[in-house]
Design a protein around this ligand. Structure first.
Ligand code: 5GP
Length: 187
């Protein structure tokens, strides 16, 4: 039985189930553990969308990691990227000399992470890589190297497992396509 049943009414379909997510996050945690063996990476959670993914992912990594949180605004309340990226909350600690893994919920145009990678590159990290839960490769407008992704998805506006529309739906355990009537889009 679904918890949050009232929120499911606003979806046209469930795209990725909680079971599929759990399996992919476990596999990604194993991969990161292997790739960063002998290192102590700092994982940066991009608030708020990546928060649910982040808390699950870090518990699947068997390394002495540290965590940081950063908030970036790029979308406002709509469903299309504005291209305007602003750091709303910066890191608490210096990352110079550290192996950095940016953890994001979804890469769409790529603008947000291209900008963020540039900003972090000026801070002399030893390495910077990106791990995203979802990727929409068909929507990319700026080149971006995404080292890790759990799922490639088609061009649709999705919510759940941390992803919101107007701050809602983050608590859906699955990822679903939001019905266009909710945001006044085309069906
Ligand atoms: P980009 O800069 O790559 O175009 O956009 C990345 C950001 O846009 C993500 O971090 C996320 O906040 C938002 N975004 C892009 N596509 C979606 C989507 O399908 N659903 C939700 N909820 N947010 C999205």
């Amino acid at each position: 039985m679904n918890t949050n049943a009232c929120l499911y009414q606003d979806l046209t379909k469930v795209l990725v189930t909680r079971e599929e997510i759990a399996e992919a996050v476990r596999a990604l945690g194993r991969q990161i553990t292997q790739d960063y063996a002998g290192k102590e990476p700092v994982l940066i959670c991009i608030l708020k969308g990546a928060s649910v993914f982040f808390t699950d992912l870090i518990r699947e990594i068997d390394l002495p990691i540290t965590t940081e949180f950063m908030a970036i605004s790029s979308y406002g309340g709509g469903t299309k990227s504005s291209g305007i990226v602003k750091i709303v909350k910066d890191l608490d600690r210096d990352i110079s000399g550290r192996d950095v893994l940016i953890v994001e919920d979804i890469v769409d145009s790529g603008r947000t992470l291209a900008h963020l990678s540039q900003v972090l590159a000026t801070r002399k990290a030893a390495s910077i890589n990106i791990a995203t839960l979802l990727d929409k490769p068909a929507r990319r407008v700026v080149p971006l190297e995404v080292k890790y992704h759990c799922f490639n998805i088609p061009d649709a506006f999705v919510v759940g497992y941390g992803l919101d529309y107007d701050e809602k739906y983050r608590n859906l355990p699955d990822i679903g396509v939001l019905a266009p009537k909710i945001y006044g889009g085309e069906s």
